[in-house]
Design a binder for this molecule. Structure first.
Ligand SMILES: [Zn+2]
Length: 386
């Protein structure tokens, strides 16, 4: 599968390259055309485009070739990769590491702020680790924070752009992972990871201020990078290091592309979608959506912050002010009670979020277009019912 990506990288047009991180070995130029200017279009066009994206994603996800390629990838890279991330639409780990969709399991909240004492989050993570370990596999927990090297004002809204505070919080989560799953890191490895949004470059942190900044390694031979990682992360099990390497190599390629593309450095917020719930994998386009997982016992706080970001995007003319989309979704595995409960959860989140926005941003609330959905997890098909 990666050979296909490499070929694409050398020959593909920008829109084809956009397609590759969606986990599709095949080009889908037609479906992603106009992606780069989509945020300037009227709201109904944007919503139609988004729903097309979700349909295409499901179709490609179910394609036999892709299905087998994913299985093969997972057989070769058995580590389960979990990523704790900020809701910020710029923080797109599969995109920045050129990893096929469906490999990294995202958990999102405002600022990447999590507490493993939160009952639902703690249960989900414990179940995931239990299931993975019972299959004889390991877990890599990537704990991300983000910042901008060009201007601290482009940092994380969840920490008032304070990079040190964001890093300190990520390190606290690492300690929580160690408290629950052990400090020897042989089964569950917590990796604190900085995401520099000007170049989408990752910084991998070890202990005591030792870290590897991938933006400084792009010209190094891959073997050298590998041995740097080996010497810095000497406590990392071989299998996890083997499975981390494709992400590192993907990020190094991505940084080179970003530098070549001379992307506007002031990558500011441009989100026009607020997603609440789980199952937003199909959004493989960065900087269009703020995604809030249903984890914090106080969901209203991240929702208020997200609403303020969308309002400011409209005020500053970064997106049209003709509307924004509230998309709530819950995944389900099976028909019957599981599906019925997913629907109930999605309805609850939609009503709750709408109420919070009504209270904190009444003007923005008038521009809200609500869509409520459930996601058929095995096929990744989004079913909109409201
Ligand atoms: Zn953030």
């Amino acid at each position: 599968m990666f050979e296909d990506y490499q070929k694409l990288e050398q020959t593909g047009e920008p829109e084809q390259r956009f397609a590759k991180f969606a986990g599709f070995p095949l080009y889908c130029r037609e479906t992603l055309s106009g992606t780069r200017t989509m945020h300037t279009r009227p709201i109904q066009d944007r919503i139609d485009w988004l729903l097309d994206l979700s349909r295409i994603h499901s179709k490609r996800f179910c394609d036999p070739e892709n299905h087998l390629a994913r299985q093969r990838y997972q057989a070769e890279h058995s580590t389960e990769i979990v990523a704790l991330k900020c809701m910020d639409g710029r923080i797109h780990l599969p995109y920045a590491t050129q990893t096929p969709m469906g490999i990294i399991r995202p958990f999102r909240n405002l600022g990447g702020i999590f507490d493993l004492g939160w009952p639902y989050l703690g249960d989900l993570l414990a179940d995931l680790v239990g299931e993975t370990v019972s299959q004889g596999r390991r877990v890599l927990v990537i704990i991300t924070y983000h910042f901008s090297k060009g201007d601290s004002a482009r940092g994380c809204a969840g920490f008032d752009c304070d990079q040190a505070a964001a890093l300190a919080h990520a390190q606290q989560i690492k300690q929580q992972v160690e408290t629950i799953f052990g400090a020897g890191h042989q089964t569950v490895y917590p990796l604190v990871c900085g995401f520099e949004t000007d170049e989408d470059a990752l910084t991998l942190h070890h202990e005591n201020g030792v870290y590897l900044d991938l933006s400084t390694l792009v010209n190094q031979a891959r073997e050298q990078v590998k041995s740097d990682i080996e010497s810095v992360f000497s406590d990392m099990p071989d299998q996890i290091r083997h499975d981390l390497m494709p992400l590192v190599e993907g990020n190094l390629r991505h940084i080179v592309e970003i530098r070549k593309s001379r992307r506007e450095l002031a990558v500011e917020h441009r989100e026009w979608i607020l997603c609440v719930g789980r199952g937003f994998d199909f959004l493989h386009v960065p900087n269009i959506a703020l995604i809030i997982g249903p984890y914090s016992p106080d969901l209203s706080h991240p929702i208020q912050k997200a609403a303020a970001i969308i309002q400011s995007n409209m005020d500053k003319g970064r997106v049209p002010d003709d509307g924004f989309l509230l998309l709530c979704s819950a995944p389900y595995q099976e028909p019957g009670p599981d599906r019925a409960r997913a629907e109930m959860k999605a309805r609850f989140m939609a009503a709750f979020t709408a109420r919070v926005i009504d209270e904190c941003q009444p003007l923005l609330a008038k521009k809200m277009i609500r869509q409520t959905a459930i996601l058929n997890w095995p096929t990744r098909r989004l079913e909109i019912f409201d």
